[in-house]
Write a protein that binds this ligand. Structure first.
Ligand code: TEU
Ligand code: CA
Length: 556
């Protein structure tokens, strides 16, 4: 992988919640332009924009209706061109989020496809005949609840949608369809876009025959990814995409790969048969799943989180590292303590994540320690998944208050509330009422406040990013877990020849004793970073770690 990719620190922007400049309550491209210096100052060097294409926004843009147009709520193509130019001036790469597993039902391709069985676009989507009794071809369910099949009268057939009804899945078996996608990708790359985050890419190759599949997570339908995740022709398609598109440009490609094992993941990044640069895996996001899958009222165990992360560190030569994004609750609320130890735990979690081997991803707002939101009622939610899940839990017999509490804990909206820039009206996000409610804690947690404080979470991120982009051992060093059985501490080394970086993070809210294993008691090691200013400067045999204390030692 190229040097710039290896040094990449990805900053994910959720445009509608980043910064509004024209007073309509929705973040826009000009807002991103305005805040580029903020991102530069943080040290991130790759920006990943979640989808900004033309879209009816039933899934906040992951339902694209025109691949080559910018959604006017975000601005114009001129704004976008300007954004690319300014990013490049600042040596920031710009990565677009591209959804090619499905489109919006409003896309021209689908509008045509549903008309008849023999027009140019008929095969662009996945159509199947009903069963003899007229019912859906199989029991497959959608990720957002309900059946994955929807009937269309004009064709007398069902189409497949692994996500919402209004997100029909594309048919990758069609050569013309694939070619149309490649042309579209080149359109953006020719503009100077530096790569793509490919949404749900593990799901694009569908089974030929749809049989009934096992039901998971106490749902009413078969698991949506069954037969589709890592399907038979997936790697053939990705190798073709690489040949036809990516190999012709200097770009970074990140595949979002739900329901993929480490072994399956290796294929995507196999240099002998090039496909993508890295994957974005989910296993560690499942450590607090329970009876109702993700929407379960559970807290994770450190051993589960660590086992999963370590498994991936050891299986792949390179990985993306993250604890949160626009599909997940806020990381400090979920894995740390968003109350008494918010600052300490946010820093420790960033440290543990960013110094692993691979490309770190920061989701907007995590660098100032934004927390889950305290919505009081269902109608404050915006995410289609939150509504579907609430309805499903109540139908299952859960008490309404409990259902709401569960949705609150895990809702994707937790991370989608507007960026908190200052303590003025609407947190400095917009002069108008924002499209989604702002977190009440913006008076204390905001960028202005942060930039005044030398010890802020933000400044800790800056220091981490410096380490991660400048120290060779942080980029290329091997990853080695230590003290695998410790119930409160996650610790590992990164080793490059005789250079050793030791990373120690406590997940406990109490004081804990941590013994440094013999083989890594390197006497030259000095502290290079900590979230407590009086942590030990030198590596001793035993360290007493305070709540969420995190320390990095380095012998260089
Ligand atoms: O997510 C794909 C995905 O599988 C999940 O993270 C998904 O949000 C989760 O399973 C739902 O419980 C991607 C996008 O990141 C997400 O925002 C989109 O909604 C989804 O694809 C559909 O395009
Ligand atoms: Ca706006």
């Amino acid at each position: 992988m190229n040097d710039w990719k290896k040094r990449g620190i990805i900053y994910e922007i959720y445009p509608q919640s980043f910064k509004d400049t024209n007073g309509d309550g929705i973040g826009d491209l000009k807002g991103i332009i305005e805040k580029l210096p903020y991102i530069k100052k943080l040290g991130a060097n790759i920006v990943w924009l979640t989808p900004i294409y033309q879209s009816p926004l039933i899934d906040n843009g992951y339902d694209i209706s025109d691949y080559t147009k910018i959604n006017p709520i975000y601005g114009t193509m001129d704004d976008f061109n300007r954004l690319i130019e300014l990013c490049h001036e600042k040596e920031i790469k710009l990565v677009m989020d591209l959804v090619v597993n499905h489109t919006s039902d409003q896309a021209k391709w689908f509008q045509e496809s549903k008309k008849s069985r023999n027009n140019k676009y008929s095969d662009y989507y996945i159509w199947r005949d009903p069963k003899s009794d007229g019912s859906a071809p199989s029991n497959l369910g959608s990720a957002f609840g309900g059946s994955a099949w929807e009937y269309v009268k004009e064709r007398g057939q069902y189409y497949l949608h692994l996500f919402a009804k209004k997100q029909p899945d594309l048919n990758w078996e069609s050569t013309e369809m694939r070619q149309s996608l490649y042309d579209m990708m080149k359109f953006w790359l020719d503009k100077g876009v530096d790569g793509f985050r490919l949404d749900s890419i593990s799901l694009i190759s569908k089974p030929n025959v749809f049989d009934d599949v096992p039901i998971e997570d106490n749902k009413n339908y078969g698991a949506y990814y069954y037969g589709s995740s890592n399907g038979t022709s997936l790697h053939e398609y990705l190798q073709e995409m690489n040949r036809e598109v990516f190999s012709k440009y200097d770009v970074i490609t990140i595949g979002e790969t739900p329901h993929t094992t480490p072994k399956q993941a290796q294929k995507y990044i196999n240099l002998e048969k090039p496909e993508l640069d890295m994957v974005l895996q989910f296993e560690h996001m499942h450590v607090d799943y329970g009876e109702y899958g993700r929407y379960s009222d559970l807290r994770f165990k450190l051993s589960d989180l660590r086992n999963s992360l370590v498994k991936w560190q050891n299986s792949l030569t390179w990985n993306t590292n993250y604890l949160g994004n626009h599909d997940q609750p806020r990381l400090v609320s979920r894995f740390g303590d968003d109350d008494k130890y918010r600052i300490e735990s946010a820093k420790m979690l960033a440290m543990i994540t960013m110094l692993q081997k691979g490309t770190p991803m920061i989701f907007q707002g995590d660098e100032i320690g934004m927390t889950n939101v305290a919505f009081e009622s269902l109608n404050q939610f915006k995410d289609i998944e939150a509504y579907n899940t609430y309805e499903f839990l109540v139908k299952k017999g859960l008490n309404k208050d409990i259902a709401l509490k569960i949705v609150k804990n895990k809702s994707r909206d937790n991370s989608r509330t507007p960026m908190q820039w200052n303590n003025e009206k609407n947190a400095g996000f917009s002069t108008a009422n924002p499209w989604i409610k702002i977190n009440n804690n913006y008076d204390k947690i905001n960028v202005n406040e942060t930039l005044r404080d030398e010890d802020s979470i933000y400044s800790f991120y800056q220091k981490l990013i410096k380490i991660r982009t400048k120290l060779k051992v942080a980029i290329d060093g091997d990853f080695n877990l230590i003290s695998a059985d410790d119930s409160s501490v996650f610790a590992y080394t990164r080793i490059l020849k005789d250079r050793q970086m030791l990373v120690i993070g406590s997940f406990s809210n109490k004081k804990v004793k941590f013994e440094i294993p013999n083989n890594i008691r390197n006497k030259e090691s000095k502290r290079i970073l900590s979230n407590y200013d009086d942590s030990p400067q030198n590596l001793s045999d035993i360290i007493y770690l305070r709540p969420y204390e995190g320390i990095v030692f380095d012998n260089g």
